[in-house]
Design a protein around this ligand. Structure first.
Ligand code: PMT
Length: 401
């Protein structure tokens, strides 16, 4: 076990019989130099006392959303900002249900809703409760929101039944969280650049040619990279999306501007090209708005291929270059051709002829083609773009570290 100093954990204990395991988990974190603040829900106090939690954590225990003392000292927003990571253990069926609805009815729920940090949920409940369709749905929703789960395990339960639902052991929880924080610290020194969205190629000052890219896939990738600690830059064509402050966002309109912004942000260690860059720009762009009765024709010329420029750069080629391929036919053939022609390490292909995936959808289904790996391709089945991004970033983390 590695000793990590000055790491801050906000530990939320909910009301379940496994709450005693949280005390042991807190002890482990403290022993290894972590700073802990704790929130106890009303139900948690039926299982563990604030006094035992305070003495083990050697930190403040918070209980009420509307406590004058707490709110003047550290309000629920500051509490969520203070932590490096938030751990909810045990996370009961009721907690999962409340969180999936975005409830903020008590301090624990309000802090989680307001948090900008990774949240780890450690479920613990009876096997039937865990297997219930409503819990399954909540689990899926919370995964979509980006919450990470530790466990539950299969085993004997406090209620006498056997099955899946048992809370993970303190050492497992400790190892998962410390690995996450260790990697995040390491990734801090690694630069990642993502291009996203469409580009607009202007015909006159008010008219342009563009495509259906919403930027969603690229923004989710930038979010996932930043959450894992990478020093992330997002170069985005015009979109309606927002991004967290810790991501350096550069907004552009045209492919030329996207290229120039990319050049300025080299060198980088990782480059992911999700943008749907227009292949052509208009040469005879008009300075003034074209009149209705005016005769005109459009003359095109090729835009520079940004991915190609970066992946073939003599001195500044990133360690990992990932291209995307939007295909309507012959997905594998076209993707593998792009993999080699554009000198990528990976090409991530999406079949954009499908109705509920690809351009402007919240979902995607992709196949990753690798250049130098034993496994040459991997399919990530249809799911939310946030989850696709997480799965891609899992693979980036494994490759780069
Ligand atoms: O934005 P969303 O609505 O979320 O949709 C996501 C997406 C479908 C746009 C995305 O998943 C995707 O497939 N992006 C690539 C789209 C594309 O233009 O593919 P392409 O096959 O034309 O280009 C291949 C690669 O070269 C891409 O990585 C592209 O960014 C890059 N390229 C292309 C042309 C160019 N001039 N410069 C480039 O960098």
């Amino acid at each position: 076990m590695k000793n990590i100093l000055s790491k801050k954990i906000l530990f939320i204990i909910c009301g379940g019989v496994s709450a005693y395991k949280s005390l042991e988990t807190i002890r482990l974190f403290r022993k290894n130099g972590f700073e802990i603040k704790t929130i106890l829900t009303k139900a948690a106090k039926e299982f563990v006392t604030p006094l035992s939690v305070a003495s083990l954590s050697q930190g403040k225990v918070y209980e009420d959303l509307f406590s004058l003392e707490n709110e003047t000292e550290m309000d629920h927003i500051s509490l969520s900002r203070w932590a490096d990571v938030v751990v909810v253990a045990p996370a009961t069926a009721n907690t999962l249900s409340k969180l999936s609805m975005g409830s903020s009815e008590d301090l624990a729920a309000a802090v989680i809703l307001a948090s900008n940090k990774q949240i780890f949920l450690v479920p613990a409940m009876n096997v039937r409760m865990w297997e219930h369709q409503s819990t399954k749905n909540n689990f899926k929703i919370l995964k979509d929101y980006g919450y990470k789960f530790i466990g539950p395990e299969i085993g004997d339960m406090a209620c006498g039944e056997y099955g899946e639902g048992k809370m993970s052991e303190p050492l497992n929880i400790f190892n998962e969280i410390s690995n996450y924080l260790n990697l995040k610290k390491k990734n801090n020194k690694i630069k990642a650049l993502v291009t996203a969205g469409p580009t607009n190629e202007y015909i006159d000052p008010v008219r342009f040619i563009t495509n259906k890219s919403s930027g969603k896939q690229g923004y989710q990738l930038a979010k996932s990279l930043s959450k894992r600690g990478f020093d992330t830059t997002l170069i985005s064509g015009p979109t309606n999306l927002d991004i967290e402050d810790n991501i350096k966002l550069i907004k552009v309109q045209t492919a030329k501007e996207m290229f120039e912004a990319t050049q300025k942000n080299l060198p980088t260690d990782i480059a992911v090209f999700t943008a749907a860059v227009a292949d052509f720009k208009i040469v005879n762009q008009k300075k003034n708005k074209i009149k209705k009765n005016e005769d005109f024709f459009l003359k095109f010329e090729k835009n520079i291929d940004i991915l190609n420029y970066v992946s073939k750069h003599n001195s500044m080629r990133p360690k990992l270059v990932i291209g995307f391929a939007a295909e309507t036919d012959e997905l594998e053939k076209n993707a593998t051709t792009k993999l080699s022609d554009k000198n990528c390490d990976w090409i991530i292909a999406n079949d954009v002829s499908k109705k509920d995936a690809g351009f402007n959808s919240d979902h995607n289904e992709v196949t990753i083609y690798y250049k130098d790996k034993k496994i040459q391709k991997e399919n990530l089945s249809l799911k939310k773009k946030s989850e696709i991004a997480e799965e891609i970033v899992d693979r980036i983390v494994a490759q780069i570290n």
